[in-house]
Design a protein around this ligand. Structure first.
Ligand code: SAM
Length: 276
């Protein structure tokens, strides 16, 4: 089990570090590129889930695996009282700068440092994946009766402009391929529904939105693409130039005549509630 996303097995540790610490290091490596080049992919999904869940001044909200805090910022602007947790200290620093009044914590989503019944809403945008049942159980524990969870993850439909990119990344190193297969299992219809139902959630709803990535040029796109933690072992295995030469051709057909890119991926949204 690779130590990049490290979300599929909370008990996993490397010889040196707990898995979530390794994950945090991988995600911290190119934190600025994630925050300013990639994170905006979530805009439409955040708006859609927050609208569906009625986020507002009466909401106590926790964003799990909050990254650099785009969702937390949006929730705070809607008047919610916001907390966020992520394994990456570099991403949490950016999140805290953006939303100074929110309660941000560097930590493990499999062991949340909040008491039970602390929140009305728990969200996780591309933070809870296949095999992350224990993180979902933590979300359930900290939610109040009647509270809601909102999740997103990459869909498995045909509307995935980065399909070949994911495939090429998975081929770059065996550990990366194994991790992508394990985590993306959540996109298979029925999987997240079963994870939620087993954990005790009800009223499960699922829909898709578009996640749009736009880059001015190839350098801009590459810096975004190398920023997710899951890419870190591929960078280590192949080096930056070789990995770039394998990944960038997979999106060449999405490049306009002026050299810019517009990349659209289907993002699946799911909401569910805790039984009262
Ligand atoms: C795909 S990013 C999503 C970040 C943010 N939610 C967003 O949409 O921009 C996954 C995030 O999960 C975090 N992460 C990975 N494993 C974690 C763990 N065990 N506990 C907490 N955060 C974790 C990473 O640091 C990273 O910020």
């Amino acid at each position: 089990m690779p130590a990049t996303l490290n979300q599929t097995n909370p008990a996993h540790t490397t010889d040196e570090q707990p898995a979530w610490v390794e994950a945090g290091k991988a995600w911290s490596r190119h934190a600025l590129d994630w925050a300013y080049r990639f994170e905006s992919y979530g805009n439409d999904a955040i708006e859609s889930i927050f609208g569906r869940l009625g986020i507002g001044p009466d909401t106590d909200l926790l964003d799990m695996a909050c990254g650099s805090g785009l969702a937390a910022t949006r929730a705070a602007r809607l008047g919610a009282t916001v907390a966020g947790l992520d394994a990456s200290d570099a991403l949490i620093n950016i999140a805290q700068r953006r939303t100074p009044n929110a309660d941000f914590v560097v930590g493990d989503m499999f062991e949340l440092p909040w008491d039970g019944y602390s929140f009305d809403v728990v969200t996780s945008f591309n933070g809870i994946w296949g095999g992350c049942d224990a993180a979902l159980a933590e979300a359930h524990r900290v939610l109040r009766p009647g509270g809601s969870v909102g999740l997103t993850f990459w869909g498995r439909g045909s509307n995935l402009d980065m399909r070949d990119w994911f495939f090429a990344l998975g081929m770059s190193a065996p550990s990366v391929g194994e991790e992508l297969i394990a985590t993306s299992s959540i996109g298979t219809p029925g999987v997240v529904e079963e994870m939620l139902a087993i954990t005790g959630f009800t009223n499960i709803e699922r829909w898709d939105v578009s996640a749009i990535l736009e880059f001015a040029d190839e350098d801009d796109a590459w810096k975004a693409f190398r920023s997710p933690g899951v890419v870190a072992p591929a960078l280590d295995a192949l080096g930056e130039n070789e990995l770039r030469s394998r990944l960038m051709p997979t999106v060449e057909h999405l490049r306009a005549a002026d050299g810019s890119y517009r990349i659209v991926n289907e993002l699946t949204c799911v909401t569910a509630t805790v039984r009262k």
